[in-house]
Design a protein around this ligand. Structure first.
Ligand SMILES: [Zn+2]
Length: 407
């Protein structure tokens, strides 16, 4: 008997007819895939041309990891689910805090809803920072590659993950951390046969290596092998990304950085303005907490002046008031500053120079956060039923595509 569709956050999802796997490839600019196919490194993905679905979608801005992963698993923008950065100014608490606690989440996930309705659901994420958000109220399997050795039946719905996967727990800064996610996904499909599975990798490789380079193609070759195995298992697969990735450097490979806090301190006096960089998280080695999106809190009488002067800075693409930014990017106004600043493709925004440790950058800076990293792939291993013409696809339509629009 067929189960009725589920309504989650106002959107309707059909019950899975076969195992459905949604993969969020962290930092996957579409060019990574096309270059890997061109180089012969991704024969499975290349072979989908003609028998699968290939769309280009827009991610959520700020084009960061947490807002987009939460958009994908809730099917909504941050104005609904509340997670608009890795880090924010909690006005109520009067403190700058990480936003990776589930208490900040304002919407339930598609994963938890299906699990509550009786589906078998599994989630594997590379970094542990996402686990509590992705696994919020989920009666199913949810663990990170980073802390796979700590998974317990009580907390993660599974134990002994390391022997299941047959791979040692990798370093948090490695390509292997993402490989662990795929390897775990294959083993879970074989042993647990989940109805719905969500896999989320890390962008370690994408921060270091441009599309078409050897390291990037090696990563996509690895991913391609696992996707081929998942395909052979009969799963319907949708591959998307949380955001793209671009070089943020001049022609010599030196980073283009606007240190906004220093600039504003120079104009208005020390700490009159408060610059928040929502890319900030505990894992900053590969990007030095530098991205193309910032939000600023200012005294009311400085906002208009600051907006005008910031907009004139080299490398700045957009300056929006809170109201305009929240309307355009679908963000929660109570978690956004008075101004939102987006830098252009080759430039990142910093706070003050003393707060950024760039010593871990052993290759020219690549990062994300802006509108320039908004295009992401939305690819499926099956042909579409029928796609509404002219629809602007979002990465958070991944479950809609997987459950409602594939043959
Ligand atoms: Zn990411």
């Amino acid at each position: 008997m067929e189960s009725p569709p589920l309504i989650v956050n106002g959107r309707k999802y059909r019950w899975p007819q076969r195992p459905v796997v949604v993969v969020c490839v962290d930092g996957c600019e579409p060019d990574y895939i096309s270059q890997a196919i061109e180089a012969g490194a991704a024969p499975f993905l290349g072979g989908l041309n003609g028998r699968g679905t290939c769309l280009t979608a827009d991610c959520v801005v700020p084009s960061f990891t947490n807002p987009n992963n939460l958009s994908i698993v809730t099917g909504t923008p941050p104005s609904v689910h509340g997670i608009c950065g890795n880090y924010f100014w909690d006005a109520e608490a009067g403190a700058e805090v990480m936003m990776n606690d589930a208490k900040y989440l304002r919407a339930g996930t598609i994963l938890a809803a299906f699990a509550a309705a009786g589906a078998k659901v599994a989630v594997v994420t590379a970094k542990d920072k996402l686990r509590s958000l992705l696994g919020h109220e989920l009666a199913g399997i949810c663990f990170s590659a980073e802390k796979a050795h700590e998974a317990t039946l009580a907390i993660n719905g599974i134990d002994d993950v390391v022997s299941l996967v047959g791979m040692p727990v990798p370093s948090v800064y490695s390509a292997a951390l993402s490989e662990f996610v795929f390897a775990a996904g294959i083993k879970l499909v074989e042993r647990e046969r989940p109805d719905i599975m969500y896999l989320s990798t890390t962008d370690y490789v994408q921060h270091k290596s441009a599309p078409g380079t050897r390291h990037a193609n090696d990563f996509y070759a690895m991913m391609d092998r696992y996707l081929g195995e998942l395909d052979a298992s009969g799963a319907a697969i949708v591959v998307t990304a949380d955001h793209g990735m671009n070089a943020k450097t001049d022609a010599f490979g030196r980073p283009n950085i606007v240190y906004l806090q220093d600039v504003l301190d120079g104009w208005f006096g020390k700490d009159v303005a408060r610059v928040i960089l929502p890319i900030t998280d505990p894992y900053v080695v590969h990007h030095g907490a530098l991205g193309s999106f910032a939000t600023v809190y200012l005294p009311d009488d400085r906002i208009a002046d600051a907006a005008q002067r910031i907009a004139a800075l080299a490398g700045v693409e957009l300056v929006l008031t809170r109201e305009n930014a929240c309307a355009r990017f679908e963000l929660p106004p109570d978690r956004v500053g008075d101004l939102v600043i987006v830098s252009e493709r080759l430039t990142v925004l910093g706070s003050s120079i003393a707060r950024h440790d760039l010593s871990g950058l052993d290759v020219p800076l690549r990062s994300h956060g802006g509108v320039s990293e908004q295009r992401v792939p939305l690819i499926a291993n099956r042909p579409p039923l029928s796609l509404p013409p002219g629809r602007r696809w979002r990465n958070f339509d991944a479950f809609d595509l997987a459950l409602n629009h594939l043959q």
